[in-house]
Design a protein around this ligand. Structure first.
Ligand code: GH3
Ligand code: MG
Ligand code: MG
Ligand code: MG
Ligand code: MG
Length: 321
């Protein structure tokens, strides 16, 4: 059995490895048993929380999100450890809590009862520190699995929401957010603005400078659109060299002003394609100032498309409102 190094415990706490230490909550009403459990676990750098009552344990569960819980079966009354486990499983905590029940009980019926209540593991007292640690390690593997699944989901959500090239909202995510803004504007009867933006003669950029240079131009345009609007406006890549901008709570005069600002953001500064080359781009914008939203998003998109077509037909490099 290793010796608990108080100094090491303290330096670990000051270190940023603290973030990665598994949080273990011990709920045990007997102070001697509690100390013993803590001492067994002190062989490894866990972050340990000690509770003697279920109230104390709940407060740690809510504030610290311990990932592993070691819980005694017999607390203040015959069944409270088990009830506590059932209550945890009934609640929607932000993380899965891996639960090891420790108890002097050792019958088959009791083992089954604990597992069916929601415990992941069951250890009979008296137990060996190596066995306890090995079982806590099972919990750590489950915790790591959960963390890596969460990470994968977060990455998939990122990929499903943002366009890889420009990092703007992709068409699906932009549609979702724009729909939400439109629905709220309908309920609250507030004006909104909507712009469909298409870069002029963009095919020539690719044909002349290559696709990579074209990609770089699209990234720059996207960044300029984003910095030209307010944080709560929605900017998305609709496809190819087309972008959409939704302006919540925006009266008509402001829609015209912002659309012109977007136009200028693209055309007023040359765009750097690579070390050697900069070009000047223009865009055409179909803008809608929607005083009292009533129609569907599809209908507004069709109207914005028509306005965009007008801007193109009238000679490009302009806003049609
Ligand atoms: P117009 O003024 O009528 O809009 O002319 P245009 O050339 O911009 O329009 P067109 O629709 O003919 O061409 C759009 C071009 O945008 C063609 C396509 O290769 C290019 N494009 C679309 N997506 C990307 C992309 O992700 N990267 C690059 N480099 N080019 C793209
Ligand atoms: Mg007890
Ligand atoms: Mg186009
Ligand atoms: Mg175009
Ligand atoms: Mg076109």
């Amino acid at each position: 059995m290793g010796t608990y190094n108080m100094q090491q415990g303290l330096t670990m706490a000051a270190d940023d490895t603290k973030q990665r230490r598994t949080k273990v909550l011990i709920l045990e009403d007997n102070p001697t048993h509690q100390k013993l459990l803590e001492w067994f676990l002190a062989k490894e750098p866990f972050e340990i929380f000690l509770a003697q009552s279920t109230e104390e344990a709940w407060s740690y569960l809510e504030t610290e999100s311990p990932r592993i819980l070691i819980v005694d079966w017999l607390l203040e009354d015959e069944s409270s450890g088990l009830d506590f486990v059932r209550a945890i499983r009934a609640r929607n905590l932000p993380y899965y809590t891996y639960i090891i029940m420790v108890t002097a009980k050792n019958s088959k019926a009791e083992l089954v009862e604990a597992l069916e209540a929601g415990a992941d593991d069951f250890i009979s007292k008296p137990f060996d520190s190596d066995i306890l640690l090995a079982r806590v390690h099972i919990g750590q593997r489950i915790v790591q699995l959960e963390d890596s699944l969460r990470q994968n989901i977060a990455e998939m959500e990122q990929l499903a929401t943002y366009d890889m090239l420009t990092h703007l909202l992709n068409r699906r995510a932009a549609t979702e957010q724009i729909t939400a803004v439109l629905e709220r504007a309908k309920r609250e009867r507030t004006p909104v603005g909507f712009c469909m933006i298409d870069i002029d003669h963009f095919k020539q950029v690719n044909d002349t400078f290559g696709h990579l240079a074209g990609d770089e131009a699209l990234r720059t345009v996207a960044a300029r659109l984003t910095t030209s609007v307010r944080p709560y406006d929605i900017v998305g890549r609709w496809g190819g060299e087309e972008f959409v901008v939704m302006l919540p709570d925006t009266p008509a005069e402001q829609v015209a002003e912002i659309a012109t600002r977007l136009l200028n953001a693209i055309r007023n500064e040359p765009i750097r394609l690579n070390e050697q080359t900069t070009i000047n781009l223009t865009a055409s914008i179909g803008a809608l100032a929607i005083q009292t939203p009533e129609q569907s998003l599809d209908e507004y998109i069709a109207l914005a498309d028509n306005a965009l077509y007008e801007a193109k037909s009238a000679g490009r490099n302009r806003v049609a409102l």
